[in-house]
Design a binder for this molecule. Structure first.
Ligand SMILES: Cc1ncc(COP(=O)(O)O)c(C=O)c1O
Length: 340
């Protein structure tokens, strides 16, 4: 079942003949394996088994990269995104030095839901000879279908020659039960790089494709069943519904005086705020009305990651949002920041 899942999904991401992939427990494990593969390939290439290469990330990249870097004792350079909230490729290029081993772009980033300019990052990666990882954990199983139904999603996968690895979570917009993520590598490379290949104990050679040892088969079987059930047609239909719903939310939010969407969200994650509003107060108002508001800090805003569960609640949400904004506006100047 895992082989069939990987076969179907590698095809979706335009994996070349020699590309390979594996299922993991989640985005964090997929990212950890990609960082390890990149570090080990760089060490082998340099002939320096102790090389501490650095990672250059947009400020919006998921903390799973820092987690991986922390475990492997690698330095991380987080680079501010541009005014459009997407990775600033020129600034990332300026941060690359002789010890840089990895560049990262997200599809989309979690805080604002915008896709990074992967074609330009691929060019940068090729010109600096640095590994490019695409973190499509949240949108990997949504973005290809958004493009197929006519939305402007740029190339982001192995079609781009600089992309060396890609993570995509089935248990997010693949609509599969947890735990289910995928990680892919452009070239097969040694197992020891992509996973673990150890010969250290009386029981002999010990290889694992992922970080963990024993793995739950339920997530694999669940993903296999969902992929076969939905098929590409099913995912296209979901993408159409999700994006129609997103457009309606965006229009409703922008119709509330004082609010604006942060950047131009590409899928169904968005953040919004208003320069004259205390978004902590707006969130407190939403919280008092029974919602569980997510927030972003910079620029201050409310955050929403929307699935089809949010389809029927749009009118109630927007009317409560309008009331919370009106309340916050009249209270401006006071210091009510408690939200949860
Ligand atoms: C962009 C992105 N990357 C990675 C992850 C980590 O995934 P997981 O929580 O499955 O480990 C997330 C989780 O939300 C994410 O949004």
């Amino acid at each position: 079942m895992e082989e069939e899942v990987i076969g179907m999904t590698l095809d979706l991401f335009h994996g070349p003949e020699e590309a390979t992939g594996t299922m993991t427990s989640g985005g964090t494990e997929s990212i950890l394996l990609a960082v390890k593969a990149c570090r080990d390939a760089a060490r082998a290439h340099r002939g320096d088994a102790m090389h501490r290469g650095n990672l250059v990330l947009p400020s919006t990249a998921h903390p799973a990269f820092d987690k991986a870097a922390l475990l492997m004792d690698l330095p991380v350079r987080r680079i501010s995104v541009g005014v459009d909230l997407r990775a600033d490729v020129a600034a990332m290029g300026a941060a690359v030095d002789a010890d840089t081993i990895m560049l990262v772009g997200s599809v989309p980033c979690f805080p604002y839901g915008v896709v990074d300019p992967l074609p330009a990052l691929s060019e940068l990666a090729l010109s600096c000879e640095v590994w490019l990882h695409v973190d499509a954990c949240v949108g990997g199983y949504f973005a290809p279908f958004a493009r197929e139904v006519g939305r402007p999603i740029p190339s982001f996968d192995f079609d781009l020659p600089g992309v060396m690895s890609l993570s995509a979570d089935l248990h997010k917009f693949g609509f599969c039960p947890k735990p289910a993520s995928t990680v892919f590598f452009r070239t097969a490379g040694p197992v020891a790089e992509r996973g673990f290949d150890l010969d250290v104990w009386p029981s002999g050679r010990f290889t694992t494709a992922t970080f963990v040892g024993t793995r739950p088969g339920g997530g694999v079987a669940g993903a296999w069943a969902v992929l076969n059930h939905l098929g590409r047609e099913g995912y296209r239909a979901l993408a159409t519904r999700l994006l129609t719903m997103r457009d309606a939310y965006v229009a409703g939010i922008e119709a509330i005086p004082g609010l604006q969407i942060h950047g131009v969200p590409d899928l169904s994650i968005l953040a919004f705020g208003g320069p004259k509003l205390d978004m902590g107060q707006v969130a407190a108002g939403m919280s008092a009305r029974g919602w569980v508001p997510g927030m972003v800090r910079e620029p201050p805003g409310l955050h929403a990651m929307m699935s089809l569960l949010h389809e029927p609640s749009r009118e109630a949400y927007l009317s409560d949002l309008q009331a919370s904004v009106a309340e916050a506006s009249t209270r401006s100047g006071q210091s009510i920041r408690a939200v949860y």
